[in-house]
Design a protein around this ligand. Structure first.
Ligand SMILES: [Zn+2]
Ligand SMILES: [Zn+2]
Length: 342
């Protein structure tokens, strides 16, 4: 009996060991897959795959033309009593309407009305939404491409020298730019721009500056125009993008001001070195930190911003010719405002 058993074991032992090893392999594989999920563990991925996973983060952009531009050329000289000089720079005939001492609450209600009720495309529409919650109003006609400076000043008899201690219920100055011609309003996606301007007075001496710029779209959204932080020297042209307004969360706009020549000029000017390789042209904007510090070659290696270490949730290129060639259906919006500081 024992002899028969030993002989059988001897005959089948290679098969027995192979079976045992195979079962062990299956159990180990099961444990490894269970631990990491069905995906491939990060350490086993090659760099090509890492690149593709980052590319998913690319923000879908849309190109829009912004007919409005506004600057404060002599910000240091501005005050509530001496007035503010505004330099509009518009691609079409526009109307500049300045509201002194506009109610903060009413302005934000007006922006909501633009989204949900009626579009603010004329000064009258904004006034209807503000319910006259401002102290004084001035209006100027701005001719196309005319960069003439306009001096906005409160009249002496308005008797306003101060907007009181912070926090305030009124913005010192709101500048509204709207298109003068009815036809132009059909052409542009951006139908008006609201700039919230701080003007220093006795109780709050912070120098004059644009606090917010809202671009109002014909479709009823509005976008807050924001500055990009370029990694290169401060003489670089200021680049701006808009973060999505409440009405559209999936898209961000970058606006384009000026003509094609301006753009090419800007690209020459902005051929700044990437902070990582010190060689490539800075092209990628990282969100949410808005640092613009990486070139096309280096962007794929970063999931955190190399300047502030913030995790990159999305990114988009400033110059995206390649992308448009790759995918015509996804229009990549990219744009820049030459020489504007917000
Ligand atoms: Zn680089
Ligand atoms: Zn950053």
């Amino acid at each position: 009996m024992a002899t028969v058993f030993l002989v059988t074991l001897y005959e089948y032992s290679p098969l027995f060991y192979i079976t045992v090893v195979f079962i062990c392999f299956l159990v180990t594989s099961g444990l490894v897959l269970g631990w990491f999920g069905l995906g491939v563990p990060v350490i086993l991925r090659n760099s090509e795959e890492t690149e593709s996973s980052i590319r998913v983060l690319k923000k879908q952009m849309r190109q829009v033309k912004n007919p409005f531009g506004l600057e404060i050329p002599h910000a240091s000289a501005a005050s509530v009593t001496k007035g503010v000089t505004l330099a509009p720079d518009c691609l079409e005939d526009c109307i500049l309407t300045c509201y002194w001492g506009c109610s903060v609450q009413k302005l934000h209600e007006a922006l909501q009305k633009h989204v949900y009720c009626f579009r603010i495309k004329t000064p009258q529409a904004l006034e209807d939404a503000l319910y006259s919650e401002y102290l004084y109003r001035q209006q100027y006609f701005i001719k196309k491409n005319d960069k003439e400076e306009k001096c906005c000043q409160l009249p002496e008899d308005a008797q306003v020298v101060d907007f009181g201690p912070v926090p305030r219920s009124r913005y010192p100055l709101i500048a509204l730019l709207t298109l003068a011609d009815e036809e132009d309003r059909e052409i542009y996606d951006i139908i008006s721009m609201v700039a919230v301007i701080h003007v220093p007075d006795e109780s709050y001496r912070l120098s004059c500056r644009i606090l917010y710029q809202y671009l109002l779209l014909a479709q009823g959204q509005y976008h807050d125009l924001k500055q990009l932080f370029m990694s290169a020297n401060s003489t670089a042209p200021s680049l701006s993008d808009t973060s999505p307004g409440e009405a559209s969360t999936d898209r961000s706009l970058l606006e384009k001001v000026g003509l094609a020549e301006d753009e090419s000029e800007l690209h020459e000017e902005s051929s700044k070195d990437c902070v990582v390789c010190q060689n490539g042209t800075v092209n990628w904007v990282l969100l949410p930190c808005r640092h613009t510090c990486l070139c096309d070659g280096c962007i794929k290696y970063f999931q955190q911003c190399p300047m502030c270490r913030q995790f990159v949730q999305e990114s988009f290129p400033l110059c995206s010719k390649k992308e448009q060639d790759e995918d015509e259906s996804t229009r990549v919006l990219q744009d820049v405002l030459p020489g504007r500081v917000f």
